[in-house]
Design a protein around this ligand. Structure first.
Ligand code: AHR
Length: 512
């Protein structure tokens, strides 16, 4: 037990039980500089990753037009509606590791004639390829999201990638463009982001940085998307300063963005990652300590990129991020199914805060993954669907998409090696001042007082995300265990914002 908890306990015994709050509180002070606007928070930082993996697509969002599950041209209506409400800015497909074994020709044309392929990375599942190129781009249109297509470098060729891109984007009468039309799509689609390779050091081909950098240049030289595309070069899984430096030395003139991946494992050990539920407080804390390691990684990547690109014209992208736990017991091997608890919701918020602090260089991210896989927004089982605490965190942070970040400094008590309270602030495109605060400490409430410099407002609306247990989660039978509730505990007085943050909670406020 930490010293302040002992103190809290001693103080509490002096009070009558009737006067006791449910938890002890400690103090956080801070300053928010509304008069010092920082970089715009790119909406694409709230991107989603969807890979052909387990039920991430098949069953999760795609059931086919003949399904009994209510659908729009094959896309689940319940999932579609939930994603529209989330304002998903960008969708990445088809992988991940799968991208480097994907042959785009298996996913076009009449569905009943598409080949059955084996997903060697993810349980050798038989893929019927009902969800292919047309289905992805139509899905993105229905969701209202930009597109991030990842082409195959590991087992593909520049010719195949160039032809796929021509098929998708060409407005001409080329044979490939006509083939798209004969498959039902007259107008070309736009590829907003084009990923070349995925984790090329590992599942993407076990390449060395020099070899991949040269291949990246070769691919860029032959792929000619119509309509403007951001070319993204892959980094390895986690981060490697050497890889980034090599990519910059060899390929900086050919890339628009560079992508790193980072997964949060509670133990940091891939052979025993830790469970998604039923964990103790030590593992709760360890999970947050692991996730905050992403911030120095982002800074390190940015520092290397600064050497080659001091004006930050090239973006850093976090192509994949999120929690990775031991799979749900009994779930099929390689499907990466896991529950999602309050811990995931607060961890998502912590990552958003980190992304905002680094918004000058960091301009897109993709949580892994959107439905049924790893840190998902949505879980489905047959006809059933449930929204996760991570979904709710994304939903609460919607006003930060496209907002102008503002400096927020906080003096917080410690929680383990971390600050108990982390926060972010931004001026929204709606003209409101948005503030989000997360309290990682599961035992102590925090009395927060923030000086508002350069802001005068008079009203506050807010929402709270918390639960009784650190591993509280939503199930198909109890979908509302963890969900946002209105929060009216914040006050404006004497140029300060004051509130009490409950233990293990997220509060998101809009001031006007
Ligand atoms: O998201 C699951 C996998 O994690 C992706 O396919 C791969 O890129 C990463 O290693």
């Amino acid at each position: 037990m930490q010293p302040r908890n002992l103190l809290s306990l001693a103080a509490a015994t002096l009070l009558s039980a009737a006067l006791l709050p449910a938890f002890a509180a400690t103090s956080v002070t801070g300053t928010l500089r509304a008069d010092q606007p920082g970089p715009v928070i790119a909406p694409e930082l709230y991107g989603q990753f969807m890979e052909q993996l387990g039920t991430g697509i098949d069953g999760g969002l795609w059931v086919g037009p003949g399904s009994d599950i209510p659908n729009t041209r094959g896309y689940r209506n319940d999932v579609l509606q939930a994603l529209k409400e989330l304002q998903v800015p960008v969708l990445r497909w088809p992988g991940g590791c799968y991208a480097d074994i994907y042959d785009w020709r298996t996913g076009i044309g009449p569905r009943q004639q598409r080949p059955v392929t084996l997903n060697r990375w993810w349980g050798n599942k038989e893929e019927h390829n009902g969800f292919g190129t047309h289905e992805f781009f139509e899905f993105a249109e229905l969701v209202g999201a930009k597109t991030f297509l990842n082409v195959n470098v590991g087992t593909g060729t520049p010719r195949e990638a160039a032809q796929w891109v021509e098929y998708i984007t060409s407005p001409t009468n080329s044979t490939l463009a006509q083939e798209r039309r004969s498959n039902g799509r007259e107008q070309p689609w736009k590829i907003d982001f084009l990923g070349i390779g995925n984790e090329p050091n590992g599942c993407g081909g076990r390449m060395r940085a020099e070899w991949f950098a040269d291949q990246f240049r070769q691919y860029v030289g032959f792929i000619a998307p119509h309509g403007g595309t951001t070319f993204i070069a892959s980094g390895p899984d986690a981060t490697s300063a050497d890889w980034t430096r090599t990519m910059m030395e060899i390929a900086i003139d050919h890339l628009d963005a560079f992508s790193m991946h980072y997964y949060t494992l509670p133990t940091g050990d891939w052979s025993a990652k830790g469970p998604a539920t039923g964990f103790d407080e030590a593992q709760w804390l360890a999970t947050f300590e692991q996730t905050y390691k992403i911030e120095p990684m982002i800074r390190e990547q940015g520092t290397i990129m600064d050497e080659f690109d001091p004006e930050a014209k090239k973006a850093l992208v976090i192509g994949e991020w999120g929690t990775w736990y031991d799979p749900t017991p009994g779930s099929p091997g390689g499907w990466l199914q896991q529950q999602n608890s309050l811990r995931d919701g607060l961890l998502a918020a912590a990552n958003f805060n980190i992304f905002h602090r680094n918004a000058k260089r960091l301009r897109a991210a993709g949580i892994a993954q959107m439905v049924n896989v790893l840190q998902a927004m949505i879980l489905t089982d047959g006809t059933k669907m449930v929204l996760t605490p991570t979904y709710h965190a994304f939903h609460l942070y919607r006003p930060f998409q496209g907002a102008t970040s503002l400096p927020l400094s906080l003096q917080s008590p410690a929680y383990g090696s971390l600050h108990a309270v982390d926060g972010t602030a931004a001026l929204g495109t709606d003209g409101k001042l948005h503030v989000a605060l997360v309290n990682l400490d599961p035992n102590n409430a925090m009395d927060v007082s923030i000086a508002l410099e350069g802001w005068t407002g008079s009203s506050i609306a807010g929402h709270l995300l918390t639960a009784d247990a650190i591993d509280a989660h939503n199930t198909f039978d109890a979908p509302g265990n963890v969900r946002p509730t209105p929060f009216d505990g914040a006050r404006l007085a004497d140029g300060r914002l004051g509130l009490q943050l409950p233990p293990k909670s997220l509060v998101v406020l809009a001031l006007e």
